[in-house]
Design a protein around this ligand. Sequence first.
Ligand code: BDR
Ligand code: CA
Length: 318
Amino acid sequence: WGKDLMTKVIMDCDPGIDDAIALTVLLAHPEKADLIGVTTVGGNVQLDYVTQNAQKLLTFLGSHAELAAGQATPLVKEIQTASHVHGKTGMDGYDFPENSLDYPIKSHNAVTYMYNKIINSDEKINLVATAPLTNVALLLKTFPDVKENIEHIYIMGGSTLQGNITLAAEFNAYVDPEAMDIVFNSGLPITLSGLNLTENKAYVTMDEISKIKDLGHVGVMASSILDIYAGHESSIGMTKIPIHDACAVISLIAPELFTKSTNYSMDVSLTNDQYRGMTYPDRRVDSEKKNSIKVLEDVDREAFVKFIFDSIASYDKK
Ligand code: BDR
Ligand code: CA
């Protein structure tokens, strides 16, 4: 009955290089989490590429998780991609076998897919969301009864400090802030890995990245795709490389690595100006709080990097 009590997870993502590492880390720990489904959403690159990348990864990593394709575009605005960071296909740099694209796509409606999976589950489901929150927001809006069977949502998105895609906004928040607003105010328990954590605390150094290629066959794949990403980040002057989405996965499967967090009411700007997608915590003591989100603020960085490395290396030991 151990397996029945396993933490059940659906991962909503837009691979994307750091999504790929996050999925790799998650699938390395079947003892901690049972990944039942992966859902895709347009984000880092267009949906078709994102879904193909998920097919490639699930095949390569030997997973049998179900795959469902989701929304191609955000709730309100046109999509903005990040192919300048993730490459044209979102995961350039490694030749996955042609037959990867035979990986079955169970549904082309991630929202109804998630609803059916969650509502029919004996146990509550955890969501890990590492992309614009379009699918998750539509799920919660269309089928509010689904909330009863969702345990927790672990999100990579937003920030309490700097932005990345704009001065003020983090990418996932910026692409679909209306979706983030719906999710933040859904009443569900949320743990947030924002840029204040992923860029400032949970980074990986270039020297550490150079060692990933020695971590077995998954290490070769991970380092091939990371080289392009790290190359971009260092070309814009970053010496500390964030693997943002791994934080959301690790906050679920190894929460003890995070050494500081604060519960904040978080807001996201929906304006059509330079503040669009900016997230900000309500730090006032006397205000009426809209929501309460666990914002991760620090991590044992060396243990975090070791966790990622050990996860990658574990594939050759199974
Ligand atoms: C987030 O945006 C995407 O480019 C990454 O995959 C990550 O989810 C970081 O801002
Ligand atoms: Ca992502």
